[in-house]
Write a protein that binds this ligand. Structure first.
Ligand SMILES: [Fe+2]
Ligand SMILES: [Fe+2]
Length: 322
């Protein structure tokens, strides 16, 4: 990326927006409690305390919901790495709204793994030994990133929206398998992810106002190289294929429900405030979207339709808040 404006200056310029968006976020979000979403009465002890250890027959979840729960929880479990990366990227000085946001976001993300693990262990939906071993592996291996703050804002906007969709569809898939309370919980978590997405999305909009060429380059890089977090999860590839095959999170959802509305909201293809390198990558990104990503997604969807095998989670029927 050819930076035109100093990153520290851009972050300083954005501080009033961070403060405003954090206050909006605190006003909208609610301090829900994980224990309210867990059916404790169905739980019983494991062998170490006189009960029985996990058996596959105890889970109500099918293979797809199980894979999605596993990947979603392990992704949430990697919060120590994400906190480190995000604090390093946006700063951790006292009395700085960026720091206040990073800390609040971390607290909310921590709630997601607490709630999901409690739910999965109590309902015996997944082997808790596998979950714990995979968590230890994942956190020990750790995750790092060298994204600039603008790249991180663009990436996290899409990642939060993707995570929202993945949680939401995992909940619906679990309900189909006979676990409606899992849907209840994941709907609540998805709402948090939506608010996180809105925070970053609005910051990107504000960054376009102060540094359009730098922001355009950051968006182009992140859209054209997007990867979900969690690639370091044990057996991620196998689970990702199962999740995609079930339509819980796949290329059409990513292209049509994450990238497309986000590009539209940031007015990426029609912006007239970019020039030089910014205008060059705007054109390149437009070609990538219109000649590659969107056609690939629509071809996949129409392929399914012709086989009367409609995509289970497209289009999203619920409000998108975007
Ligand atoms: Fe989360
Ligand atoms: Fe989130």
């Amino acid at each position: 990326m050819t930076a035109e404006k100093d990153t520290a200056w851009i972050l300083k310029e954005l501080e009033p927006v961070v403060e405003e968006r954090l206050n909006w976020h605190l006003d909208k979000t609610s301090n829900w409690s994980p224990h309210d979403y867990v059916p404790w009465s169905v739980g019983h002890n494991f062998y170490a305390l006189g009960g029985e250890d996990w058996e596959p027959t105890q889970s109500k979840l099918g293979e797809a919901a199980m894979s999605a729960m596993y990947v979603n929880l392990l992704t949430e479990d990697n919060l120590p790495s994400y906190h480190r990366v995000i604090a390093k990227t946006f700063g951790y000085d006292e009395d700085n709204p960026w720091t206040a946001w990073v800390n609040r976001w971390t607290a909310e993300e921590g709630r997601h793994s607490i709630a999901m693990r409690d739910f999965l262990v109590v309902t015996r939906a997944i082997d808790p030994v596998i979950l714990e071993q995979a968590r230890i592996d994942q956190v020990t291996q750790h995750f790092d990133s060298d994204k600039s703050p603008l790249e991180a804002m663009a990436y996290v906007t899409m990642q939060e929206l993707a995570t929202r969709i993945a949680h939401r569809n995992t909940g619906l898939e679990s309900e189909k398998d006979g676990e409606p309370l899992a849907n209840n919980l994941l709907k609540r978590i998805a709402l948090d992810e939506n608010y996180h997405m809105i925070f970053y999305r609005e910051l990107v909009k504000a960054a376009f106002e102060v540094a359009p060429n730098d922001m355009m380059q950051a968006v182009a890089k992140e859209v054209m190289n997007f990867q979900m977090p969690g690639t370091t999860i044990r057996e991620f590839g196998r689970h990702a294929v199962t999740i995609a095959n079930a339509g819980i999170y796949d290329v059409p959802l990513h292209a049509l429900e994450v990238v497309k509305p986000t590009m539209k909201l940031w007015n990426i293809e029609k912006r007239t405030d970019v020039n030089g390198k910014g205008a060059e990558v705007q054109e390149k990104l437009g070609r990538f979207l219109n000649n590659k990503l969107y056609p690939l997604a629509t071809n996949l969807v129409s392929g399914w339709k012709s086989k009367s095998d409609q995509h289970p989670y497209l289009p999203l029927s619920e409000q998108r808040d975007i």
